[in-house]
Ligand binder design. Structure first.
Ligand code: HAM
Length: 412
C-alpha cells in the first residue's frame, strides 16, 4: 500500500533533511527573538469558515467527529494563533514574537511544489502597529532563506500593500461582499491569461491593469525598504503591487518570496492581519498582528537544485545519520565487558553502535564504515586492553580498558 496522494513517508534520509530544515528555521527565528508555541492539529470547522477565505475552505479536510462536531485538519496556523492570542494575550507583554512549525493539510491538486500536507515555519508579531514590525518580519523571512545558502541572486521578496487595492475598491464603490473575489482575481492575474482576468474583473479591469502597470509607492512601503536598507538587506526586496495574497484576512502590507528565475511556486508569504484577532474574539480584543509562513516543499526543491545549498544539506544529513564509534566484538566471550564500556561511552554522549548477534569481524568493520563511524573499538584477545582504530587512517592503538573513556574524550 502507498501513502495517500499528496502525502509523504519520511524515510531516514528524508527525515534527516527535514531535521536540517527545521533546525535552521528554529535557529534563525530565535536569532530574531521569536519563541516557539504549538496548537492542535484539529480545530472547529468554523474557525476556518469564518476567517481564512473561500479558497482554503474549499481545500479543507473536514469531517464530523464522534461527538457530532464539525472539525477540520488545520490548513494553516494563523487562525489557531489568533484564537490562542485572543484567549491568552493578557498574560503576555506586547509585542509578542512567536514561531511554530506545524504540519498543515490542504486538499489541493498535487503538483510540483504543492502537496496535500506540508510543514511550515510560521513567524508572527502580535501587538505592534509600526512599519518597523513589517520590516523586522521581512528581514527575518530573508534571513531564513539566506540561512540555507541562497543569495540576492537566487530569491527576492515582493512587497505590496493591500490598501492599494482596497482604496481602489472604495473609490469605485464596489460592495464589500465582492472584495474577496476581486482581490483573489488580482492575486492570480500573474498566472492567468489576461483575457480571463479582464472577463472576471469586468468594469474594474481598466483601473486594475493601470495600477499593475504603473506600480505603487507609499510612505509606509518606503519606511520598510529604508529599514531593510539600514540592515543591508534591500537587495533582497522589491515593491510589487501585483502581490495581493490569497487569504482573506490580510489588511495591509503583504509579501511573497520567490526564486529570481521564476521557476518555482512561492517559497513563503505573509502580511498584516490587524482585524483577525478582534473578529475571533467578537471584538473583545483588538490587536495588530502580522506574520508569514515558509513551507518545506518549495524550499526543499530549491535546495536540491542549488549545488552549494545541497552540499550543506548533505553534510548535515551525513552527520545527522552517522554514529561516532563502533564497538567490534571480536570474541563473543568479551560481549559483557564490551557492553559495560559501550554503556559508559553512551553515558558520555557518544553515538555508538555494535553487533547484536555474533558477526564476523570484517563484516563488523564494513558496518562501522557504512554507519559513518570514525573510530572502532575492538574487544578481543587484547583484553584487558581495547584496540582503538581510526577508520580513515587505519591507525591503531592499544588502550587499557579503564583508561578508554578518558582516552576517547581526550581525542574526540
Ligand atoms: P500561504 O501562502 O498559504 O500562507 O502558505 C505559506 C507557504 O506555504 C507558501 O508560500 C508555500 O511555500 C507553502 N505552501 C502552501 N500551500 C502548500 C501546499 N499545498 N504544498 C506545499 N507547500 C505549500 C499561509 O499559510 C499564512 N497562514 C501565512 C501567515 C502566517 N500569514 C500570517 N502569518
Amino acid at each position: 500500500m502507498q501513502p495517500l496522494t499528496g502525502f509523504r513517508d519520511f524515510l531516514p534520509v528524508a527525515c534527516a533533511e527535514r531535521n536540517y530544515i527545521f533546525a535552521k528555521w528554529r535557529e534563525v527565528a530565535r536569532r530574531y527573538g521569536f519563541v516557539e508555541y504549538d496548537g492542535p492539529l484539529l480545530e472547529e470547522l468554523d474557525l476556518y469558515k469564518k476567517k481564512s477565505g473561500d479558497e482554503i475552505v474549499r481545500q479543507l479536510y473536514e469531517f464530523v467527529d464522534k461527538g457530532e462536531r464539525a472539525v477540520a485538519l488545520r490548513p494553516e496556523m494563523t487562525p489557531t494563533l489568533a484564537r490562542i492570542i485572543a484567549a491568552n494575550h493578557r498574560n503576555f507583554r506586547k509585542p509578542l514574537k512567536w514561531f511554530s512549525i506545524p504540519q498543515v493539510f490542504r486538499y489541493e491538486r498535487p503538483q510540483r511544489g504543492r502537496l496535500r500536507e506540508h510543514f511550515q515555519l510560521n513567524c508572527d508579531i502580535i501587538g505592534e502597529p509600526s512599519a518597523e514590525a513589517d520590516a523586522e518580519l521581512i528581514a527575518l523571512a530573508i534571513d531564513v532563506v539566506r540561512g540555507f545558502g541562497f543569495s540576492a541572486n537566487d530569491f527576492v521578496v515582493r512587497i505590496s500593500d493591500r490598501e492599494f487595492w482596497t482604496e481602489l475598491l472604495k473609490i469605485e464603490a464596489v460592495p464589500s461582499e465582492r472584495w474577496e473575489d476581486i482581490l483573489q482575481t488580482i492575486d492570480k492575474s500573474e498566472r492567468e491569461p489576461r483575457t480571463k482576468t479582464r472577463e472576471r474583473l469586468g468594469g474594474l479591469a481598466g483601473p486594475v491593469f493601470e495600477i499593475l502597470e504603473k506600480g505603487g509607492e507609499s510612505a509606509k512601503l518606503n519606511r520598510i525598504i529604508d529599514s531593510l536598507r539600514a540592515r543591508g538587506l534591500s537587495d533582497f526586496a522589491t515593491v510589487d503591487v501585483g502581490i495581493v495574497r490569497g487569504l482573506a484576512y490580510y489588511t495591509g502590507v503583504v509579501f511573497e518570496v520567490f526564486d529570481r528565475a521564476g521557476k518555482f511556486r512561492a517559497i513563503a508569504g505573509g502580511g498584516r492581519y490587524d482585524q483577525l484577532i478582534a473578529q475571533l474574539s467578537d471584538n473583545a480584543v483588538s490587536l495588530p498582528a502580522l506574520g508569514f509562513a515558509i513551507g518545506d516543499v518549495v524550499l526543499g526543491e530549491m535546495i536540491h537544485e542549488n549545488p552549494s545549498a545541497l552540499g550543506e544539506l548533505e553534510a548535515s544529513v551525513r552527520s545527522d545519520r552517522s554514529i561516532e564509534i563502533y564497538g567490534v566484538i571480536a570474541k563473543e566471550e568479551r560481549r559483557a565487558v564490551a557492553l559495560a564500556v559501550i554503556q559508559q561511552l553512551r553515558d558520555q554522549g557518544y553515538r555508538l553502535d555494535y553487533p547484536m548477534s555474533p558477526t564476523k569481524v570484517p563484516r563488523q568493520f564494513q558496518t562501522a564504515e557504512q554507519l559513518g563511524a570514525q573510530t572502532a573499538i575492538l574487544f578481543g584477545d587484547e583484553w584487558p586492553n581495547v584496540a582503538v582504530k581510526k577508520l580513515a587512517s587505519g591507525e591503531q592503538q592499544l588502550v587499557p580498558h579503564e583508561e578508554l573513556v578518558a582516552h576517547l574524550v581526550a581525542h574526540r
